[in-house]
Design a protein. Structure first.
Ligand SMILES: Nc1nc2c(c(=O)[nH]1)N(C=O)[C@@H](CNc1ccc(C(=O)N[C@@H](CCC(=O)O)C(=O)O)cc1)CN2
Ligand SMILES: Nc1nc2c(ncn2[C@@H]2O[C@H](COP(=O)(O)OP(=O)(O)OP(=O)(O)O)[C@@H](O)[C@H]2O)c(=O)[nH]1
Ligand SMILES: [Mg+2]
Length: 457
């Protein structure tokens, strides 16, 4: 339930077992200043003015126990993140000071904030648009500088702008059509061709925005890449060379890797989770068997499979057996150990237009590998326009509905259906567009969006 008018409190900084040097407890709402004044003791001669930091102590008003030495920052309505009175208590980091200060705030009448509730208030009070708020969640979760840049563009309103504009044009069209419903006799007939062209234009603009969805998804959630192949071909060496670590154990014994080993990288702004797997072969070893099963799972769940081949051994029956079930998956052939004498690999290379040659033990071919991965994922996904913005899944699904509705308006025109049919679909498009920008909000939609936030945001 959305409830403005209460005062909420939460820890605004990360709550982790490790110690941070500073932790912030944040209050927002009509009682924020009163609650903070009851638990803060500072110099009497210092006034509480907006955006002026005060030094002092948090003291439990019942027991007079000093809880922490803090800096206090009041941001008074409407000059704050939520447009309500906000008070921040900058405490010492670690779990105890912030948790105790939060408890004091709650004991003085503040309500524990729901995930995203501060940002939700910022939206409801008109500081942020819905798309901006969604961008904040993306910014907090960004795993690469590019992902952060994209989110920041959204925060600056670059996403809402074009969608609002499309919606405004739909509203104009609707008014024009509805006028004919009401005053059919007094107005010249509708210029159907003109409306058709206008709709085409809007559909095209929507398509450009929709085409950013893949890129957005890529930057936000990244790629899962599984390294698979026969034992001893150099999979773990590849993971190590690529991540520039000794993450995985490498030996010259086949069957070294027994479990899935993960490492996180960023390639061209795309966060990549690399999974090194146990070499696949028939084995009686119980532990290795389970490892091989996990390799298969990793391969089937990955967005991209790096199929590693030992250049010296060439394409063996074992390789064929592993390749068979992966045939239809996005796959890149990595020909490893090219530093060694190799048989003629031409037939294999012809079969795999997407391949790279590496010598993982020497660390060569990694740049080419990254290049090949980027080429695969970017194929047809990046449009020249709107490189700096990208929509999320919710926005994509809703904009697709808007696109379909506009298509149906065109259909209704083409089939010469009565004007009522045009307006029904046009209104549906307007509603969908408004759900993206936040001009048409339902409480359940808001609840769904903000439940994905972290507490204190
Ligand atoms: N300590 C702290 N750091 C933070 C935040 C915060 O809430 N607290 N933010 C939270 O996400 C972000 C910054 N967002 C903010 C947005 C607006 C205002 C604010 O007080 N705006 C007033 C005053 C502007 C002015 O003086 O010109 C306003 O817009 O009227 C504060 C933080 C990131 N860093
Ligand atoms: N000459 C040469 N040797 C390599 C290369 N890459 C890996 N090796 C060697 O091949 C052996 C096996 O390497 P690993 O990385 O453990 O192979 P793996 O595919 O992970 O093996 P399993 O975990 O058993 O499936 C090690 O002795 C590596 O040093 C390479 O590019 N050139
Ligand atoms: Mg290995």
């Amino acid at each position: 339930m959305i409830q403005l008018g209460t005062t909420i409190a939460a820890i605004a900084t990360a709550i982790v077992p490790e110690q941070g040097s500073i932790g912030i407890v944040r209050l927002s709402g009509p009682e924020a200043v009163a609650i903070a004044q009851r638990i803060f003791r500072g110099r009497k001669d210092r006034a509480w003015s907006s955006h002026q930091v005060l030094y002092g102590h948090v003291v439990d008003p019942n027991s007079q126990t000093v809880i922490d030495e803090v800096l206090l920052l009041p941001m008074l309505a409407p000059r704050s993140y939520t447009k309500e009175d906000v008070v921040e208590l900058h405490c010492h980091g670690g779990l105890m000071p912030v948790q105790q200060v939060l408890q004091l705030c709650l004991s003085q009448g503040a309500k524990l904030a729901q995930p995203g509730e501060f940002t939700l208030r910022a939206v409801l009070n008109g500081r942020l648009e819905l798309t901006q708020a969604e961008s904040i969640a993306d910014l907090v979760g960004a795993k690469s500088p590019q992902a952060a840049q994209m989110a920041l563009a959204g925060l600056q309103g670059k996403l809402a702008q074009p969608i609002r504009q499309i919606r405004a044009q739909c509203l104009d069209l609707l008014a024009e059509i509805e006028a004919r419903l009401d005053f059919a006799d007094d107005l010249p007939p509708l210029a159907e061709a003109g409306i058709h062209t206008a709709l085409n234009q809007l559909l095209e603009e929507l398509e450009i925005i929709l085409s950013t969805a893949n890129r957005g998804e890529l930057l936000r959630t990244g790629l899962k890449v599984a390294i698979v192949g026969r034992p001893n071909v150099g999979k773990s060496s590849l993971l190590n060379a690529w991540s520039r670590t000794d993450r995985a154990i490498v030996t010259d014994l086949p069957g070294t890797t027994r479990d899935v080993v993960e490492s996180s990288l960023v390639v061209g702004g795309i966060p990549i989770q690399v999974l090194d797997t146990a070499g696949m072969r028939d084995t009686e070893d119980q532990v290795e068997k389970i490892g091989v099963e996990r390799s298969r799972q990793a391969a089937s769940q990955a967005d991209l499979v790096l199929f590693v081949l030992d250049a010296q051994a060439g394409w063996t029956e074992g390789d064929q057996a592993i390749y068979e079930p992966l045939k239809s998956r996005p796959l890149l052939l990595v020909i490893n150990k090219i530093d060694l004498a190799t048989p003629d690999l031409t037939p294999i290379l012809e079969q795999f237009p997407c391949h790279v040659k590496t010598a993982a033990a020497q660390g060569t071919g990694i740049t080419e590998l990254e290049q090949a991965i980027l080429e695969q994922v970017h194929q047809g996904q990046v449009t020249a326009a709107n490189l700096d913005i990208a929509i999320n899944q919710r926005q994509g699904a809703t904009l697709t509905q808007a696109w379909q509705s506009l298509k149906q308006v065109q259909q209704a025109i083409a089939e010469q259906l009565p004007l009522d049919f045009w307006t029904i679909d046009l209104r549906a498009a307007i509603t969908a567009l408004g759900e993206v920008t936040g001009e048409e909000l339902t409480e359940s939609m808001l609840a769904r969006i903000f439940s994905q936030f972290c507490i204190g945001k």
